[in-house]
Design a protein around this ligand. Structure first.
Ligand code: FAD
Ligand code: SF4
Ligand code: SF4
Length: 495
């Protein structure tokens, strides 16, 4: 594996041989190899919690930007849920105008250093990229997210971030419930319009899943905290350890506390379980609990934190999404000797980001595909000692279009494990709907909203995972912005 210095030297050498950007023809652009993301060595990184992907150097970013063909039809933009003007920001990077590039991104996205790191790019902006199509490999498309991260990191690291300007006070009070990406984006746009904005967050730290779900080695927490601080510097008030629906009912915020409008961004924090025998045994965790202990309560930092943690040697992870990859890689960093992942389908159907799967493999996570436990086995003290696993094969496509797994009769076998982490998905957080009967939900418990993101309660808006079900950071952020636009118009008397 090449070091960042080696990758940089190669990029510099190649750049020196190329004509100026304006003179580069399409075949020359196509001949530039995709720039690999410099990363910590797998053997080193499983012993620390620092970020795995280190980020492009200047030379790598310039070279990668030169791969962009500046397609007039912009197929990449169609794949970005918030429609960032991708060719324009990449052109600016190719010209060395990095502050112009971040300005273009920020017209649409409020969290570029986060999205550049965690967006499932190969299923979004990179999917339609012409360069990937010509190469017949989406992985070879222009590395849009890495470029986005490069300019966002540069802006933050050089201290050039300027919080958005705030309009004159409107005298209106707005409550924001939750502090995940949907709420952060909503709060920013509501405050920009001049409203008095208060975020109520149930946990002691703000940021939602960005703080307590996605691990430090994938998304450093100081980046999330910087976004939170930017909001505070704009005048947004944050009240942590405040659970709306328990600490105070939602309606009271309006009736007693004088709020004029509210946004619910309470997320999808309710873990799903398999419903199989043995899930109550000691040593079985939801990925939510497992990751929250590790991230928010810093269980990995054994020198400074005294968070109780279940130290296991052989860990089984159930699931194939980002949450499963995060749990598996966290288990390795917490000292597990073996981590086995069990997934009912094959690699092709795995919903996790391609980079996460790749990194998990490099780090030694064992992938057991077309396998799922039917029973978790305990010892005489009800402590996990193993699992009974059933094999599957792929059948016909189901409603999601993915080929559905069909159990192979009589294929059960036992594996020895001492910890099982269930990462098969999350449902919407039920607290607010259950304590606010006026809020209408669908059968899955997601809050129902109209085309303006307004709920069944007037002036109460909602967005992100609580509306969409477990989704993505960029979708949550986009929903927060759309809801803020509608609410700002309502409070201005335009609707
Ligand atoms: P959340 O981020 O869930 O935030 C909701 C917040 O509301 C929480 O802080 C919660 O404490 C608070 N809250 C809830 N109820 C109340 C209440 N009653 N009062 C006050 N506060 C309340 N997406 C990607 O795009 N890429 C990834 O790589 C990725 N990896 C993920 C890894 C993990 C482990 C998890 C769990 C999710 C991942 N996701 C990923 C999904 C993504 O993080 C979510 O889609 C996104 O965070 C949703 O944002 P949100 O603002 O709707 O809610
Ligand atoms: Fe791609 Fe996400 Fe950036 Fe959009 S926000 S361009 S999908 S990385
Ligand atoms: Fe550039 Fe790819 Fe977008 Fe074309 S599709 S403009 S090559 S990023």
């Amino acid at each position: 594996m090449e070091t960042r210095e080696e990758l940089n030297a190669q990029a510099e050498a190649l750049l020196a041989k190329l004509p100026p950007a304006a003179e580069l023809k399409a075949p020359q652009r196509m001949a530039i190899p995709q720039q690999p993301m410099p990363a910590q060595d797998p053997k080193e990184r499983i012993r620390n919690n620092h970020e795995v992907a280190i980020g492009y150097t200047e030379a790598q970013a310039r070279l990668e930007a030169l791969r962009c063909l500046q397609c007039p039809t912009k197929p990449c933009v169609a794949g970005c849920p918030v429609g960032i003007d991708i060719p324009a920001f990449i052109h600016a990077i190719a010209e060395g105008k990095d502050s112009e590039a971040i300005g273009i991104i920020k017209q649409t996205s409020l969290l570029p250093s986060v999205c550049g790191r965690v967006c499932p790019q190969e299923r979004q902006c990179m999917k339609g990229c012409t360069v990937g199509k010509i190469n017949k490999d989406v992985g070879k498309a222009v590395a849009i997210g890495r470029l986005e991260r490069f300019v966002a990191d540069k802006e933050r690291e050089t201290g050039s971030v300027v919080p958005p300007a705030v309009a004159a006070p409107t005298g209106k009070k707005v409550a924001v419930i939750g502090s995940g990406p949907a709420s952060l984006a909503f709060a920013c746009d509501a405050r920009r319009a001049g409203h008095d904005v208060t975020i109520f967050e149930a946990l002691q730290k703000s940021g939602g899943v960005l703080s307590y779900g996605i691990p430090e080695f994938r998304l450093p927490k100081d980046i999330v905290q910087k976004e939170v601080e930017n909001l505070q510097s704009m005048g947004v008030t944050i009240r942590n350890d405040f659970i709306v629906g328990r600490s105070r009912p939602l309606k009271r915020l309006f009736e007693k506390d004088g709020f004029d409008a509210a946004f619910i961004g309470s997320g999808a924090g309710l873990p799903r379980f398999m419903g199989i025998e043995g899930e109550n045994l000691i040593g079985v965790f939801s990925a939510n609990e497992y990751l929250t202990r590790a991230n928010l309560m810093r269980a990995y930092d054994t020198e400074h934190a005294d968070t109780p943690f279940y130290h296991a040697k052989r860990v089984a992870i159930l699931g194939g999404g980002n949450v499963a990859m995060d749990a598996a890689r966290t288990a390795l960093r917490l000292g597990a000797e073996s981590v086995q992942l069990f997934y009912r389908r094959t690699m092709g159907e795995m919903p996790a980001r391609a980079e996460e799967i790749e990194h998990a493999k490099e780090e030694g996570v064992e992938f057991n595909l077309l396998r799922n436990p039917v029973r978790i086995l305990g010892d005489e003290n009800d402590i996990v000692r193993g699992m009974e696993v059933l094999c599957y094969e792929l059948g016909e496509p189901d409603a999601s279009g993915r080929r559905s797994p069909v159990a192979v009769k009589g294929s059960e076998y036992e594996v020895e494990v001492d910890c099982v982490v269930v990462a098969i998905g999350n449902s919407s957080n039920p607290l607010l709907p259950s304590t606010t009967p006026e809020l209408k939900t669908n059968a899955r418990g997601n809050i129902l909203v109209d085309e303006n993101h307004e709920t069944s309660m007037r002036n109460v808006y909602a967005g992100g995972d609580i509306v969409l079900g477990a989704a993505t950071v960029i979708l949550a952020m986009g929903e927060g912005r759309a809801a803020a636009k509608a609410m700002n118009e309502r409070l201005a008397g335009e609707r």
